[in-house]
Design a protein. Structure first.
Length: 139
């Protein structure tokens, strides 16, 4: 079940992000911008949609290995895109979920096409490696 993240979820979400090789520099907008997927009391996935000015930044999409391949990542992205309505575009940097996001309507985008507020985010300024693919989509 996907639902809002809470402050007490932060340590477990950080552990999941690190286990997936993702940065856990999410404190600026956690828990407000984040959701978690739970099986009972266990967090098995997470995703965030951080708002930066007129645009959103999809980030921290992570699913435990046992739950991969069953549509949970897709459901997390779709959940975050529902709250993106009203934003100009949603951006993401990824080294792992580009193909999934392309299937969900994201297109390859030059990083310089992101608005200044997105380019100033921790994700763009150092949280994600230079080899990451930049994608965007209109909500």
């Amino acid at each position: 079940m996907i639902g809002p993240a809470t402050p007490v979820d932060r340590p477990v979400v950080g552990e999941l992000l690190r286990a997936c090789g993702l940065p856990d520099d999410i404190d600026e907008q956690f828990p407000e911008a984040y959701v978690v997927a739970r099986e009972g009391d266990t967090i098995v996935g997470c995703a965030g949609l951080e708002v930066h000015g007129p645009a959103g930044l999809l980030r921290s999409l992570a699913v435990t290995p046992a739950r991969r391949g069953g549509g949970l990542a897709r459901a997390l992205v779709e959940d975050r895109m529902t709250v993106a309505r009203g934003l100009d575009r949603v951006f993401l940097l990824t080294t792992t979920v580009a193909e999934l996001c392309r299937k969900l309507g994201f297109v390859d985008t030059d990083r310089t096409d992101a608005p200044p507020e997105i380019r100033a985010s921790s994700q763009f300024t150092g949280g994600c490696c230079a080899s990451a693919v930049c994608l965007s989509r209109r909500p």
